[in-house]
Design a protein around this ligand. Sequence first.
Ligand SMILES: O=C(O)CCC(=O)C(=O)O
Length: 297
Amino acid sequence: MLRDIASKTEIAEIDQALDPRFAATPFCQGGFYGPRTKRFGGLLKRVPAVERLVRHPAIMRRVRSVLEPWCDTIQLNLTQALELHPGAPAQFPHRDQDMWRGPTGQIEYLVNVMWPISPFKAENGATLIWPGSHNASSAVKEAQPIAVEAEPGSAILFLGSTLHGAGANMTGAIRRGIIVSYCLGWLKPYENQWLTYPPDAARAFDPELAALVGYQQHRPNLGGATQYAQCVAPMTKLWQRLATGGSFPGCSGGGVARTKVYDRDSATRRRVVMTFSDGRRETYSLAHIERLQDLAR
Ligand SMILES: O=C(O)CCC(=O)C(=O)O
């Protein structure tokens, strides 16, 4: 659990922005989600402020450290807002990574982050977690789950191999939360990110967010469109292009009049200064960008 990593005001604003969509969303069907719950995805386009939760640095650090041993790039698996309405029974305990049918306890495929939007209490269906269940050899059947109580602004992190489920909502109020999950970059995500955020939507995203929703290749050549060259991260390509006198792709330089590289031979201090046609200057670090010299000379 990461306590108080977002402000209560920020979460309250997100909560309010979710209202109209929840009002228009029908109850779920089927035994797994349960008919007393409501859910919808695609949160980055419905409530743009959710980006701050998705890209929260403390979350990203932990997610990367868990998943990067098994992939070169991680990706967003899902964003989902969900409500447990009064009377919702406890959800069937499950491991999210079983969607891919991978062996339990050998590889971690996914990290889940649950952001309580209303306070999570044992009596309103706080997420139930079975401690130690991420280890396949543990005898978890007899173990008692823990109801993870948390306030808005905190984040509950658990592995895709961890047995969990929503608790029963025995109160008269709705329990609201947001799930953000991340998975290995070479998997097919639960939520088809390219359809959820097609190129016209993703173009407005920060390049790192666009990469996270899938606009990147995973080495050696997974997820490419039409190119068959060695994979170079889009950000690296952009910096290289600017450093070697190029302009922003797809527009007339984005107003850039001049670019100049300083400390070209220093791997740590190397940077590019861009002067815009209105006189504005911006400096970007090129630290640790390999092969720059080969390209620029
Ligand atoms: O709502 C929760 O606390 C957990 C939800 C969950 O695990 C699921 O919907 O798969």
